[in-house]
Design a protein around this ligand. Structure first.
Ligand SMILES: NC(=O)c1ccc[n+]([C@@H]2O[C@H](COP(=O)([O-])OP(=O)(O)OC[C@H]3O[C@@H](n4cnc5c(N)ncnc54)[C@H](OP(=O)(O)O)[C@@H]3O)[C@@H](O)[C@H]2O)c1
Length: 303
C-alpha cells in the first residue's frame, strides 16, 4: 500500500514545502492536506497537481484551535482508513496569547493540544504493528525548558507562550513514544531552522527580512540552522519520511541544516527533556482531554 501522509498546516510555509518534497521523493505517496482554509488548501492542491498530475491529494478542513473542528476532521480522516505519517506544521507565534472558544490558551491549543486530541482520536489508524507509523512534531530551537511549567502548562501566566508550547511538544513526543511504540506508533520532533514564512513575516515585515537577507546569507557561514527557505526547512521531515520509524531515537530532535554552499542535511541533538516530567505532563494532558471531551459530549477514543 502506498504511504498515506497527513500534513497539518499544509496551506503555506514549511507544511506546503513538505508536501511538494514528499511528492518529489515518491510520486505515489497519498497526501491529505489538513487546513483551516479550504480555499488555501485547494490552491496548494492545485500547485501540487500541476507538478504531479497523477498525485493523490485529498483535503480535510481542520482548525486545530477548535476542538469541535478537530473531532470533525478526525471523523473524516477515520473514513479514509490509513495514516502512515502525520506531520504538524502549524504555528502560532505571538507573545499576546488569548483564550479560545474551548476556554484554552490559544497558543497551547493551536501548537499542541489540538494535535494531541487529533492523534488520540486517530489512534486506531496510527497504531499498527505490521506497518509502524510516524508522527512528526514541528518544534523549534525556541522550545525552552525555562519557559515551561508543569503547574501552568498552558502558559496562562507567562510571557513566552510559543516557547512553552514548543517545549510541551518535545515533552509530549517523548511520552507518546513511551506509551505507543509497542503499538507501532513512533513520534519525533524536528526543528526547521530559521525559515522565511508567514510566521517570520509576522515578527518583522517581509521587506525588512529582504533587507536583512544578505546579512543572513553571511551568517549562514557560521550558523547551519539558517535554512531560510521552506524547501530547506522541510529537510528533517523529508529525511524522517525515509527512515524506519523503529530506528529513530525517542530523545532526539532532528534539525534541518543548510551548509554555506546551500547543501541540506539533518543533525540530531538530544532534547532537553526528563522522561519523568514528560510522563507527568502526559497524564495532565489526558486529564484535560477527559474534561474537554466530556464537555463536548464526545467519546475519548473512537473504536
Ligand atoms: N519559520 C520558522 O523560522 C520556524 C522556526 C521554527 C519552527 N517553526 C515551526 O514550523 C511550523 C510551520 O510554520 P511556518 O514557518 O511554515 O509558518 P506558516 O507559513 O505561517 O504556516 C503555518 C501554517 O499553520 C496554519 N495554521 C495556523 N493556525 C492554524 C489553526 N488554528 N488551524 C489550522 N491551521 C493553522 C496556517 O494556515 P493559514 O494558511 O490558514 O494561515 C499555515 O498553513 C510551525 O509549527 C512553526 O512553529 C517555524
Amino acid at each position: 500500500m502506498q504511504p498515506v501522509v497527513l500534513v497539518t498546516g499544509a496551506s503555506s510555509g514549511i507544511g506546503s514545502a513538505l508536501c511538494k518534497r514528499l511528492l518529489r521523493e515518491d510520486a505515489g505517496v497519498r497526501l491529505c492536506l489538513a487546513c483551516r482554509s479550504m480555499q488555501k488548501a485547494a490552491a496548494t492542491k492545485a500547485v501540487l497537481l500541476a507538478a504531479h498530475p497523477a498525485a493523490q491529494v485529498t483535503l480535510v478542513r481542520l482548525d486545530v484551535s477548535s476542538l469541535e473542528s478537530v473531532l470533525r476532521a478526525a471523523g473524516e480522516i477515520q473514513c479514509r482508513k490509513a495514516v502512515h505519517m502525520l506531520s504538524t506544521a502549524e504555528g502560532l507565534i505571538t507573545q499576546e496569547d488569548c483564550i479560545t472558544a474551548d476556554g484554552l490558551q490559544s497558543v497551547f491549543e493551536t501548537n499542541l493540544f489540538g494535535h494531541f486530541i487529533l492523534i488520540r482520536q486517530l489512534e486506531p489508524l496510527l497504531c499498527c504493528l505490521e506497518k509502524p507509523s510516524l508522527l512528526i512534531w514541528t518544534s523549534s530551537s525556541n522550545a525552552r525548558k525555562s519557559a515551561f511549567s508543569l503547574t501552568d502548562y498552558q502558559h496562562s501566566k507567562g510571557k513566552e507562550p510559543y516557547s512553552s508550547s514548543k517545549y510541551a511538544s518535545d515533552l509530549a513526543s517523548v511520552a507518546l513514544n513511551k506509551h505507543f511504540n509497542k503499538q507501532g506508533l513512533y513520534s519525533s520532533v524536528v526543528c526547521p531552522g530559521l525559515v522565511m514564512t508567514n510566521l517570520t513575516y509576522g515578527i518583522l515585515p517581509s521587506f525588512f527580512w529582504k533587507l536583512l537577507m544578505p546579512i543572513m546569507w553571511i551568517i549562514r557561514f557560521f550558523t547551519k540552522t539558517y535554512t531560510l527557505t521552506p524547501y530547506n526547512g522541510a529537510e528533517a521531515q523529508v529525511w524522517l519520511f525515509k527512515q524506519k520509524p523503529e530506528s529513530l531515537d525517542a530523545l532526539m530532535k532532528y534539525h534541518s541544516c543548510t551548509s554555506p554552499m546551500g547543501k541540506n542535511y539533518v543533525e540530531s541533538r538530544k532534547v532537553d527533556v526528563e522522561e519523568e516530567t514528560a510522563e507527568i505532563f502526559y497524564q495532565k494532558l489526558l486529564e484535560l482531554e477527559k474534561y474537554v471531551l466530556a464537555r463536548l459530549n464526545a467519546p475519548l477514543s473512537p473504536k
